[in-house]
Design a protein around this ligand. Structure first.
Ligand code: TRP
Length: 374
């Protein structure tokens, strides 16, 4: 535990230095981030990563945003509602301020050459390394079943997500650090084994934000599937009702004590993240006004923060063809990049005989014969 905290602390420190470098020279960076489309994005996503993506985009960093539709299948079946969920996530991105003219929004399923990178990458990690990943372990436990092959290997897929476009900066929460370690390992090993002159893949860094992990209204990890986070798309009344229903404790006076009073502390953390104020100061300010006052303040703060975003979202969420065109354009761009990377990988692997997609070489007699009979 203390070991893990130490490596997390190191990552936080490194992130602070990176924030400065980004400010000094945003064009040196290409960012890739992603979300599993398991449901509507919520305030934890907004505070933890969306707002930061928008900030990076506006600074002039190139931003790639992946709707990780294959990754969803690690712990749930793909299903008939996936299309609506994916459109909803795209609407959440646009509402949050991601600009499709500057950023690239795309899905796994539309970029085959990205997915194909998983094959050579799998050869670069051991079975033991895959089993050791703490985030995969926790997610496997949550399913209550032994891990599927996809569950064990999705961090390798995630490495492909990041490396296909040579991203060097990955804004994520703390739970994603093990995946980033896998990505760095794969980049390093690929370079060592197959890039004798020039390294092909940069080792990307995590960019951690200041509110890396907010708990949900029930005190458990905020998650789309658990429904314990306030959805960006929720109305103001729904937001108020959700906060009103959330459990606190029976002590009237509000104090900030994460260990003894996790529920109240969690509310204060959320209010602090939403308003930028300090949770201790907020607790003092509320004092004997109790949980009722805390909840009113939180409701107002959340609704105020999300109001402009919700207004923008209302204007585009029902325009399916627009949302799909945003994805079409992003997918085309991602495909071009991925095709190029895969071709370079094939070169380095010596697979240079017959796999050129754009080959204009004359076809052999045998191929001609095949296409005639087909
Ligand atoms: N694993 C991430 C999550 O669950 C989603 C994701 C997929 C991702 N591919 C990525 C994040 C690449 C960063 C980079 O939230």
């Amino acid at each position: 535990m203390s070991d893990r905290t130490a490596s997390q602390l190191a990552a936080l420190e490194r992130s602070a230095a990176l924030h400065d470098q980004v400010l000094a020279d945003p064009r040196r960076f290409r960012v890739l981030t992603g979300d599993r489309p398991t449901g509507p994005l919520h305030i934890g996503h907004y505070l933890g990563t969306l707002a930061n993506r928008v900030r990076l985009q506006n600074l002039g960093v190139e931003v790639m945003v992946l709707v990780a539709d294959y990754q969803v299948m690690t712990d749930q079946r793909a299903g008939h509602r996936l299309a609506a969920t994916v459109r909803g996530v795209v609407a959440d991105y646009l509402a949050a301020g991601i600009d499709p003219d500057r950023a690239t929004i795309f899905t796994h399923s539309a970029v085959p050459s990205l997915n194909e990178l998983v094959l050579p990458f799998l050869s670069l990690v051991s079975d033991a390394e895959l089993h050791r990943n703490p985030t995969v372990k926790a997610e496997t436990e949550a399913t209550g079943h032994p891990p599927t092959g996809l569950m064990l290997t999705y961090p390798v897929h995630q490495a492909a997500d990041i490396l296909f476009c040579h991203a060097n900066l990955v804004p994520v929460g703390l739970d994603q650090l093990p995946h980033l370690e896998t990505t760095r390992l794969i980049a390093r090993r690929f370079n060592e084994r197959y890039s004798t002159q020039e390294e092909l893949f940069p080792e990307p860094d995590a960019l951690l934000t200041e509110t890396p992990m907010l708990a949900g209204l029930d005190g458990l990890k905020m998650s789309k599937t658990r429904g314990n986070g306030i959805a960006l798309r929720a109305t103001e009344d729904e937001t108020a009702a959700m906060i009103r229903r959330a459990p606190t404790d029976s002590e009237r006076r509000i104090t900030y004590d994460p260990l003894a009073r996790p529920a109240v502390a969690n509310f204060l953390d959320l209010l602090a993240a939403t308003t930028g104020a300090d949770p201790h100061r907020l607790a003092d300010e509320i004092g004997n006004d109790g949980a009722g006052r805390l909840k009113t303040m939180l409701t107002e703060a959340v609704n105020e923060l999300l109001r402009p975003l919700r207004q923008r979202r209302a204007g585009l969420a029902d325009d399916h063809s627009y949302l799909e065109s945003v994805l079409d354009i992003g997918n085309d761009r991602a495909r071009q990049i991925a095709d190029h990377t895969l071709m370079t990988v094939h070169d380095r692997l010596g697979m240079t005989y017959a796999n050129r997609r754009d080959s204009r070489r004359p076809r052999s007699a045998a191929t001609k014969a095949l296409s005639v009979t087909a």
